[in-house]
Design a binder for this molecule. Sequence first.
Ligand SMILES: Cc1cc2nc3c(=O)[nH]c(=O)nc-3n(C[C@H](O)[C@H](O)[C@H](O)COP(=O)(O)OP(=O)(O)OC[C@H]3O[C@@H](n4cnc5c(N)ncnc54)[C@H](O)[C@@H]3O)c2cc1C
Length: 421
Amino acid sequence: MTLSQDISDIAIIGTGPAGLLAGYETNPSLNDSQVDIFTKSSKIGHPEHCSGLISFEGLQRLNVSMPDLKKKIGYNSIRYAKLIAPNNLSFRIDRGTKAMIVLDRPKLDGYFAAKTRKRGCNLHLKCKIHKIGYTKGYWFLLMTNQGKKSVTKSKFLINAEGIHTHLAKSLQLPVPNHKWHFPAFQAVIDGVKDLERDCSELYFGQEFAPGFFGWVIPLNEESARVGVAVGSWTGNNTRKYFYKFLKSHPRLKNRLRKDKIVKTYGGIVPGAGPISRTYHTNYMVIGDAAGQTKATTGGGVNIGGFCGRIAGKYSKKIISNEISSKQGCVDYQKQWRAFFEPNLSLMKFFRRTLSFLPDKDWNKIFQIASTTGLEKNMKVTDIDLHGTGLLNYAFQPKVITKGLKLTPHLLLSYLRGVLPD
Ligand SMILES: Cc1cc2nc3c(=O)[nH]c(=O)nc-3n(C[C@H](O)[C@H](O)[C@H](O)COP(=O)(O)OP(=O)(O)OC[C@H]3O[C@@H](n4cnc5c(N)ncnc54)[C@H](O)[C@@H]3O)c2cc1C
């Protein structure tokens, strides 16, 4: 085993949006510091797992310019979200043009990586970190780099390891509750019939996507990402649900063909919501590893990416002795919360309330929503901050009146989710 001679000022574990954008903000080229970013992957953005549906507004918060988006990444604009109930009742939310886009996640991560490298961060591929520990003012990272074991030392550590929080857990630090991680399976499918290029479709209900939802996200006029995510409590059956969704859902069975599947991939959709504490001594945790995601939809690129930027900004201040480490860590947590709370916690509440809801109650929700203007309400809500939007909608007198009978069912569903099995 070799001990690296260099001591990093900041080590970052993970090259997803959170880790890369944290690195970008540390901007080592300005103060001659050493920032090392490690990933076990052999290629940035791989293995691919994400649907790439992202709000345009959120992407701007990550400093992605329109020309770069057009030239270097490419995208399809999504204006509408069509929500489909178990009984097939549906309604559309019109977000106006340029609200959402669907893009290629590996390309987005590659774009962030190029910018981060340009600022002087060192990116280390094929470096799997096995163990981390803190002794005498330094972090020690035990890793395998292309088969060779080594140890790296760092003054400050940012953990952006994603949804599989082995390292945070090994330190006995808080991690998102795995019960609310949703196994997913999706495919890129060509020749999709009746596809509206600017309309994403979300399918709810326990029969086809128990615990979460299924989706059809158009990439162009005839190809789409089609997938389902299901509750972890349903067993190891995600593929089975995916093929059932494809072949048997009344709205899809004549539109999708199995022999037109271009590629398939899986992953775990983050639905746990934020953890209670996102820092420790000379340590911050960001992105999926911190539950900085929308538990309602499982979207984590924009939120985790932006929290990564905040973490990078404060860790840079710490390393250049502008503020104490403790203050910087506390400020990081205060600032990401100021941006995203109470929204993330409200979304977590909605996720926990809805995941166990029987189909008949889903149908009632759709009936109420379609007659009380949910679509108008959501039209003006920030896509990434829709927790408060949903709450305000639910507390309108007309919604309360119509939804009164449903309240015990929602409560029961919530209790089924949060009480121990
Ligand atoms: C099926 C699916 C669809 C999704 N669709 C969307 C969507 O449409 N929109 C959206 O916003 N979000 C979506 N998400 C969620 C989104 O992908 C995540 O929220 C996002 O990737 C989180 O970014 P991150 O940087 O925190 O972690 P990740 O992107 O997961 O990156 C983690 C990094 O850590 C590295 N790593 C982990 N452990 C180690 C280790 N021990 N040693 C070294 N490196 C390590 C990995 O190699 C990787 O580089 C989807 C997720 C899934 C599964």
